[in-house]
Design a binder for this molecule. Structure first.
Ligand SMILES: Nc1ncnc2c1ncn2[C@@H]1O[C@H](COP(=O)(O)OP(=O)(O)OP(=O)(O)O)[C@@H](O)[C@H]1O
Ligand SMILES: [Mg+2]
Length: 309
């Protein structure tokens, strides 16, 4: 701590600790970096203090429905009157704007920060897709740059006062999810999305193990794309089987948050920016997302209550 104070004053002790010398150019650069980091952490702390709950949506395998989960959960919270910040933390493959029909939107800046884009009066969104031009633009960034972008999303977006921050992440447990958990500090928990397919369940297990090891709290598991009734003959169709999500939740001793049936219309609708909880709230898939949202709300408030005791 004492050393830090010396650094902040631009001086540092000589080897004997009694006298002081001016900093060298190298030391000065180190000092500037140190000050910038403190400043960034302060901005993140201040912004995150205005957001009551923070949840991360993750999966082991790609394409299992993380973005669908983040979008439908956010919309369900917002429909209940909560103020929601939806952060698309998938830097390489941001999918939130397309699913919300916001693909051509560009954010504005104000007060030294960047304004998230409003989907409706309760839901604001930020995504890398808002910041790059053209569909085919690839973001070819290595870990440190991605982490710096996550830092910016947390420190420099004018999220304002919110009840929820919902963060969508890329598959696996990489830089983005670690960065989020480390920077936000008081994450309420991670929602692990999987299908019942053996490969997806195996990856979910790996990611859950990683979360346990790194101390990220786990809210529970969602099984997506489960069995559904065929719209023409009413027969039950099962693409991946069922029950894998429930088993993995039991094995890790975490709640099973619910199963969402596969809905053949969802694929086309979500490419058109028509999320199922908004367009067909009476459908089995929408009802499942709404029930999962209610469970997340209950779990988070119960845990937050326990922390307050
Ligand atoms: N329950 C469902 N029924 C039918 N289609 C679904 C369902 N859930 C998601 N999808 C569709 O499956 C595709 C993949 O979903 P989504 O993009 O949410 O997955 P993801 O895990 O975020 O993928 P990625 O790893 O690429 O980020 C999308 O087209 C989405 O609309
Ligand atoms: Mg996604």
């Amino acid at each position: 701590m004492k050393g830090q104070n010396f650094y902040l004053k631009g001086i540092m002790p000589n080897d004997d600790g009694a006298n002081y010398k001016e900093l060298s150019a190298e030391e000065r650069e180190k000092l500037e970096r140190f000050k910038a980091r403190l400043e960034l952490e302060k901005r993140i702390r201040e912004r995150m203090a205005l957001i009551r709950h923070k949840v991360l949506v993750a999966s082991g395998k790609g394409g299992v429905g993380k973005t669908a989960a983040a979008v439908n959960l956010s919309l369900a919270f917002a429909a209940a009157g909560d103020r929601v910040a939806l952060l698309d933390a998938d830097i390489h493959g941001p999918g939130v704007p397309l699913m919300l029909g916001m693909a051509d939107v560009r954010p504005t800046g104000s007060g030294g920060g960047i304004n998230p884009v409003a989907y409706n009066e309760n839901l604001v969104v930020m995504s890398m897709a808002f910041l790059i031009t053209g569909d085919a633009d690839a973001v070819i960034w290595r870990g440190p740059l991605k982490m710096a972008m996550i830092d910016n999303f947390l420190a420099d977006v004018n999220w304002g006062e919110r009840d929820w921050l919902v963060a969508d992440t890329p598959p696996g447990t990489g830089d983005e999810i670690l960065s989020l958990a480390q920077r936000i500090k008081n994450v309420d928990g991670l929602i692990m999305v999987t299908t019942a397919q053996a490969a997806a369940v195996a990856s979910a297990r790996k990611s859950l193990t990683f979360a346990v090891k790194t101390g990220v709290p786990i809210l529970g598991v969602v099984e997506n794309m489960g069995p559904f009734s065929c719209p023409s003959c009413g027969h039950e169709v099962s693409l991946f089987g069922g029950g894998g999500g429930e088993r993995v939740a039991a094995d890790f001793g975490v709640p099973f948050l619910g199963a969402v049936p596969f809905d053949p219309e969802v694929v086309a609708e979500s490419d058109l920016g028509r999320p199922v909880v908004v367009t067909r709230p009476e459908s089995p898939a929408a009802k499942a997302w709404l029930a999962i949202t209610a469970k997340v709300r209950e779990l988070v408030s119960r845990r937050a209550g326990r922390r307050m005791e």
